[in-house]
Design a protein around this ligand. Structure first.
Ligand code: NAP
Length: 300
């Protein structure tokens, strides 16, 4: 890892405006690197800071943010659900997912939304100019990130979206939790043992489990034989961004699948958040990507 970032120089002044990320812990967050690169590139007098906030301090921290005129902030674990009672309004997509990752000050109110869906969908839309309405997606895992992936696949218009998990009770709770949203009854859930029947018809296979994440880089949610059953031209998408590629994506590449890693999702959800905070569309995505790759020691 390399934290030196010699292309960007942020100058903090008496007028600097504040953005940031709340989490606990937050030291691992890559958001300050990519957001400050964008702010610097745009020549804006803003700074984006990490704020480690323990759960018991969330309410007082949010009140403090209002007092010091924070423009907006990202939200990561463990606050994505806990923040909701402290917001005046949340967007329909955040409501459906049940989690907020982006908060903005509007007048004297905090408004929350979730940009993970846009982040997930963006690499699919830019890479593949195809119609999705005859395609099948299989999503591995039913945790927090899977919620944005389910919403993204349904928004893209995939014909079938299947969620596969290892714990039937958690799977059923996952499905039940969408009942009051427009995504209700749009996807079946399956135990892991049903994968051999699903994979041969799968056009988009998404790993939302942490299996294979650094330091467990030799692990994969599926083995080579299972991945080998994917049809030609299938897409394998892993939400994990370290290592790059994961074993799952490496195996998929060997089987001839198209692969997408989690770094682009991370970047694109950040781009969507900056568009909201800065109220402009010209976010320098290439500089954000370059800053992250430099920070992670990726030579691409
Ligand atoms: P989470 O809420 O803890 O959910 C993890 C899911 O994976 C759960 O359904 C869990 O199953 C399942 N799982 C865990 N270990 C498993 C195993 N050995 N075999 C099968 N299933 C297993 O985590 P999350 O917040 O969704 O994050 C998941 C991954 O996505 C992490 O690697 C995270 O870094 C990544 N992520 C990336 C981005 C991005 O922008 N690229 C954004 C968000 C998350 P149970 O329910 O049975 O426990």
């Amino acid at each position: 890892m390399n934290s030196q970032n010699n292309n960007y120089c942020l100058q903090i002044t008496g007028k600097s405006k504040l953005l940031g990320v709340i989490g606990y812990p937050v030291e691992h967050s890559l958001s300050p690197v990519m957001h400050n690169a964008a702010l610097s590139m745009l020549g804006l007098d803003y700074v984006y800071l990490p704020f480690p906030i323990a759960p018991e301090n969330l309410e007082v921290a949010i009140a403090g943010f209002a007092a010091v005129n924070v423009v907006g902030f990202s939200v990561t674990i463990p606050h994505k659900q806990a923040i909701i009672p402290f917001l005046s309004e949340i967007s329909p997509i955040a409501q459906a997912i049940g989690a907020v990752n982006t908060v903005t000050r509007q007048g004297d109110q905090w408004v929350g939304t979730n940009t993970d869906v846009e982040g997930f969908v963006a690499p699919l839309q830019t890479t593949f100019q195809q119609s999705w309405n005859q395609k099948q997606a299989v999503i591995l895992g039913n945790g927090g990130a899977a919620r944005a992936v389910v919403a993204g696949c349904i928004q893209l218009g995939l014909a079938e979206v299947h969620v596969v998990g290892r714990n039937i009770e958690k799977l059923q709770n996952f499905q039940q939790s969408w009942q009051n949203s427009s995504f209700a009854n749009k996807f079946p859930v399956h135990g892991w043992e049903e994968l051999p029947n699903l994979i041969p018809q799968t056009d988009l296979l998404v790993n939302t489990t942490p299996v294979g994440m650094y330091p467990h880089i030799d692990a994969s949610p599926l083995n080579a034989e299972e991945i080998g059953k994917l049809p030609d031209n299938a897409i394998a998408y892993d939400l994990i961004y370290t290592p790059k590629p994961t074993k799952f994506l490496h195996l998929a590449q060997q089987q001839g699948a198209i692969t997408i890693d989690g770094l682009e999702m991370l970047i694109q959800q950040g781009v969507a958040a900056l568009k909201i905070w800065l109220q402009r569309d010209d976010i320098p995505v290439a500089q954000m990507r370059q800053a992250l790759q430099h920070h992670l020691g990726i030579n691409k």
